[in-house]
Design a protein around this ligand. Structure first.
Ligand code: NAD
Ligand code: MG
Length: 395
């Protein structure tokens, strides 16, 4: 029986993971779940799965959960230390890293340092400290398996020993597919008026609000480009973004003999999570079988950097190297939160990120403290910018 910790159990990836685990009760059991402040959702998860630990972000939510749960089966703890504890606990085999944003970094790293199998959904960790992160994965002999659908697809299209031997020859290119989000065809003069409600309505995937906005700006694909470069030791020149509006092919790997391997499936995160949980075996996931006759067409087109300036910002940050990617990520998190709070416009998001990258000098990402300090400086600058942009919106 494998014991699992789900970091971010109340989110969209958390829900898909719980659904999948409940389909295989004799193989997997929930050791711990964590959430920010959603006590109601956490209560129902704890009642159904009876984990050993439930972690809430703050003392108030933890106390509320404790009272409502009134159970000796689940110990309720709180705060960043609680997250580290359940990510690194000796009894845990698998950690699903599904907290959104940079808050997910330290617990994900704790799971890596405890040599767990880490199912990585939290792409922001790799964007912030990719080089160091991969170094720690190797040093601590953790098993890092990507859950992001594109990266899991690439993982499946690589030879099976790729995870242990990253020197596989013959790969010429990664083709990173993306749907293009809800605004793939929106006239450019309508971008200014995009509301948060419209931006979080994705045509093919149901996801949390932050990644939904990232999909609408296509920063999500930019972050995924960086994620792919670190995970698979690729140069950005060899990662091509291909728009594929049906989201049926989840990404591809091209080899030097002309072969291109792709992974296909209905857009449902239970497929990549099932693959990562059971790898190298396979388990059923409850996902509808793919009916290609009914789908009938798969379309592909180039990604337009004028329409989606975040793509170029992310590619440039990777080229620049060092802490640029942590600065990009921090500015994006601030910009997306401000947009969701209706403080800035949709089109301000790339401008705010660009301004932050221009004004905050990057450094060599030689240790975690330097990365966290640049993340802090970038957040501070981006928050000021967001206030300046916001005044312009209200007047
Ligand atoms: P979500 O917003 O639905 O859920 C986020 C989870 O993180 C929740 O459980 C929430 O309680 C927790 N959380 C948020 N802030 C926190 C804080 N300050 N402290 C502790 N916990 C906190 O997000 P999601 O869509 O499930 O995405 C989670 C991660 O997975 C993101 O990094 C995202 O990029 C990645 N991802 C998601 C999908 C998807 O289909 N949803 C696909 C690929 C990758
Ligand atoms: Mg993805």
């Amino acid at each position: 029986m494998k014991q699992i910790t789900i970091l971010g159990a109340t989110g969209s990836i958390g829900a898909s993971s719980l659904d999948l685990i409940s389909q295989h009760p004799s193989e997997y059991s929930i050791f711990a779940v964590t959430a920010n402040t959603n006590v109601k959702k956490m209560l129902s998860i704890c009642l159904q799965y009876q984990p050993h630990y439930a972690v809430m972000s703050d003392k108030v939510s933890a106390q509320q959960l404790k009272v409502l749960l009134n159970s000796s089966l689940t110990q309720v703890i709180d705060g960043p230390q609680g997250l580290l504890e359940v990510a690194s606990h000796d009894d845990v085999d698998i950690v699903i890293a599904a907290i959104v944003g940079s808050v997910g970094l330290m617990p994900t790293l704790a799971a890596v340092r405890s040599a767990k199998r880490v199912l990585l959904a939290n792409k922001e960790s790799l964007v912030m400290m990719g080089g160091l992160f991969m170094h720690e994965v190797a040093q601590y002999k953790a098993q890092l398996i990507p859950v992001d659908s594109e990266h899991n697809a690439i993982f499946q299209c690589l030879p099976e020993d790729y995870a242990s031997n990253q020197t596989v020859k013959g790969i010429t290119k990664i083709l990173l597919t993306g749907s293009g989000g809800p605004f793939r065809e929106l006239p450019l003069n309508e971008f200014d008026a995009v509301t948060p409600q419209r931006a979080i309505t994705h045509p093919n995937w149901s996801m949390g609000p932050k990644i939904s906005v990232d999909s609408a700006t296509m920063m999500n694909k930019g972050l995924e480009l960086i994620e792919a470069c670190w995970l698979f030791d690729m140069d950005e020149k060899n990662v091509e973004i291909v728009l594929h509006k049906q989201s049926i092919i989840h990404s591809m790997v091209a080899y030097n003999d002309g072969s291109v391997l792709a992974q296909l499936g209905n857009p449902d995160m239970r497929t990549p999570i099932a693959n990562a949980l059971a790898w190298p075996d396979r388990i059923s996931s409850g996902v509808e079988p793919l009916d290609l006759i009914q789908i009938s067409q798969l379309n592909f087109e180039a990604a337009d950097e004028q329409r989606f300036p975040c793509l170029k910002l992310a590619r440039d940050a990777f080229k620049q190297g060092g802490t640029s990617m942590a600065i990009l990520n921090a500015a994006n998190e601030v910009a997306v939160a401000s947009f969701l709070n209706e403080e800035i416009k949709f089109t301000d998001i790339p401008k705010l990120i660009d301004n932050t990258l221009q004004n905050i000098s990057s450094n060599l990402a030689s240790n975690l403290d330097i990365i966290l300090e640049d993340d802090r400086r970038a957040r501070q600058f981006a928050s000021q910018q967001s206030k300046i942009f916001g005044q312009r919106v209200t007047h």
